[in-house]
Every structure is written in C-alpha cells, then in structure tokens.
Design a protein around this ligand. Structure first.
Ligand SMILES: [Zn+2]
Length: 377
C-alpha cells in the first residue's frame, strides 16, 4: 500500500512541473569533449567542447575556473605538472546541467643539473657535467657553451660530459657556462653557471733561433700543416666517446726543456707566441710511447712539426708528438697506452733531439701535465 501511494504521488508531481515551465525542457545538454589525457607541462593544450544546444560552460582545471556562454567552444589551457582533474559542466537555459570529469597528466619538464670546477688556469682542460634523473624524462639533445662557444660532448648514461680547453693567453675573467637541454616535446631547459678563468702570466722566453733554423717556417709550410690537421679533425668526429680508461702517461723519460704555455719569441724582434706543448729532451732514437689508448690519425713528415704522429683518443681529445726521426705506427692503427709509436729526433723546427708533446681538446692546446696522474673528465 505504501509503495503504491509513492508512485501515485510522483505521477502527480510531474504534470505540475510541466505546467509551471512553458519551455518544456527536462533534458540535460549533451556535450562532446575533446581533451588529451597526457600533455607536456608548461605548454598549452586545447580543450574542445561541442554541446547539443547553447549552454553556460563552467571549466575547472589546475586552480583555474572560468565560465563561457557558447555552444561550440575551444579553449587553450596551460598544462600543469602531474595528474590534474579537468571538470566541465554545462547548463542550459532551463537550468538542466550535465557534468564531466577527466584526468589529464602533465608530463614534467626535464630536471637537470650542471656541475663544473669553480676556476681553471688559462691553457688548462676543464670538464662540465650535465646530469638528469635516470628514471625521469630523458633529453633529446644537450648542448654546452663555454663563453659562447659550443663544446663537443658525449653522453654516458644519464650524464652529458663536455671537455673544454681554456685558450692560452686568456686574461683573468669570469666566463658564462650554459647548458641547453631539449625534450621530445620541444621544451628546453637552460642552466647557467660561471667559470673563473685565472690568467697564466709568464715572462717571454727568447729562443734567438738562427735564420737557417727558422727558415723552415714559411706561410706555405704553415698552410700545409694546418690543412693536414683540419682533415684529421674531420675524421675524428666518428669517435665521440673517450677511448681512454686510465690517466695519460708522459711519452718519454727526459729533461723538460721548455714548459707548456710559455710565451716565446723564436727570433730576435719576432712575434710572441705560446708554446702549445711540453718539450722533453732525450737522445736521438729514444722510444716514444702513446700517452693513452687511441687511433693514429697522422703519421708523416712536415716542414715545421717534423716527424709528426697524432693520436685520436676520442671525445675530441688528441695527442701530438713532434720532431720524430722514425715512425713505428701507421695511420688507422689502434694503439694502446704505453705502446711504442716512434723515435725521438730533431726534424722540423728543432735545435736538438727532443719530443714536443701536445694535448689538444677540439683543436685547443691544453697543459699535457694536467692529463697525467689524474683521470679526466
Ligand atoms: Zn715544443
């Protein structure tokens, strides 16, 4: 009996409602909604709404709430990080309302950090490491600039490592170091730090070479050597990763006659240039050892550098051995740390048997002794 009464009562109520509302609309509006379920955070995404009739939309997303009267409506929203709820409600002129709720996941931007040494002496190597969480979003590209110069780098797991040579003769100054990372969504993250460069001030060494000795230095000879090196650097691009696993070794035992980085004048009244390697005097024929693992890029005689071997150690790091009398390796050979590659001589611009040993990063000379007894980077 009770149940029957209820039904009767309800049936009576509806006609009353119809009478009081002349528009006769009891149906809530239907809304077709297009929204992505995953979006890169900090970038805009579109929310597209199409209703069956004109409505008042109320949209709530990541702390934002707005209303708009429309039937078809497209809105650009700035994606927030993490799981966010997007709520849409639509109300028609008869106050009929429909509500919709979606979960939108905002993919976080790259979380990266950069580390480098605080200061470096002019003419020395330095390394810059950019790291990001191994389990998060991975960068699609990483670039490192030291004082505006793009440095070669290589990736190892969730780190990118750049080796840079601070040019000889650089004054004491603070230079900007910048890392730019991009992700596959086109977003970039820029990290900025400062590097203090300390000048290496030294007195000019006057070599007072005779005209005959210095006569090998001609514009033509310099051009020929430069071309050979440019070609070698090009072929080295195929080895972006370091081939070395241990610190570098000094290629020969002997007396250091002219240190790296000394400003020198070859002839009286001549121009001052920096000594880009370390000179080690040793008897003619003393075996020269590869300072580390690598691949022979050059093994040939040149007018100024004399008998020259260049070894590519990967990661844009090269070792140079000048003034040799004899070669014991060929271009393309893979060499091991400590392997004999040639013999000491006095070929090219030289006044006695010695080895000029040079260490370059991407064509920039660095102090060879900085590579000994410690593992870089
Ligand atoms: Zn030298």
């Amino acid at each position: 009996m009770k149940k029957l009464l209820f039904i009767l009562g309800f049936g009576f109520f509806i006609p009353l409602l119809v009478i009081s509302n002349t528009s006769l609309d009891a149906d809530p509006p239907q809304v077709y909604i297009e929204v992505p379920d995953e979006v890169p955070a900090d970038t805009p995404f579109n929310l597209t709404l199409s209703a069956s009739e004109p409505v008042t939309y109320t949209i709530k997303y990541a702390g934002l709430e707005l209303t708009e009267v429309a039937q078809n409506y497209t809105l650009s929203l700035l994606a927030a990080e993490g799981l966010q709820t997007l709520e849409v409600s639509a109300m028609d002129g008869s106050k009929n309302q429909s509500s919709y709720s979606y979960e939108v996941y905002g993919i976080a931007t790259l979380k990266a950090s950069m580390s480098l040494s605080e200061s470096v002496v002019a003419g020395s190597p330095t390394s810059i490491k950019v790291a990001w969480p191994a389990d998060g979003l991975q960068p699609s590209s990483v670039a490192v600039y030291v004082n505006g110069v793009l440095e070669p780098l290589y990736q190892k797991g969730n780190e990118a490592i750049a080796l840079a040579g601070i040019p000889l003769g650089s004054p004491s100054q603070t230079v900007p170091v910048q890392a730019v990372l991009a992700d596959s969504y086109g977003r970039t993250v820029t990290l900025n730090k400062q590097l203090t460069v300390v000048a290496d001030e030294r007195e000019v060494e006057n070599l007072n070479l005779t005209e005959t000795t210095y006569s090998v230095v001609t514009a033509e000879a310099q051009e020929r050597e430069r071309e050979a090196l440019d070609g070698a650097y090009q072929s080295a691009r195929t080895r972006p990763l370091p081939l070395w696993r241990e610190p570098f070794v000094i290629p020969i035992e002997g007396r250091m006659t002219s240190g790296y980085g000394t400003p020198r004048r070859y002839i009286s009244g001549g121009n001052v240039s920096f000594h880009t390697g370390a000179d080690i005097a040793a008897p003619q024929g003393t075996p020269i050892r590869a300072s580390n693992d690598g691949v022979v890029l050059i093994s040939n005689f040149y007018p100024i550098k004399g008998g020259l071997t260049v070894i590519d150690h990967g990661a844009s790091v090269f070792s140079f051995y000048f003034h040799q009398s004899k070669f014991l390796v060929q271009v393309g050979d893979t060499v091991k740390r400590g392997q004999i590659i040639g013999e000491v001589g006095t070929t090219g611009l030289s006044t006695g048997p010695h080895l000029h040993w040079e260490m370059q990063i991407n064509g920039v000379p660095t102090n060879p002794l900085d590579w000994v007894d410690k593992l870089l980077p």
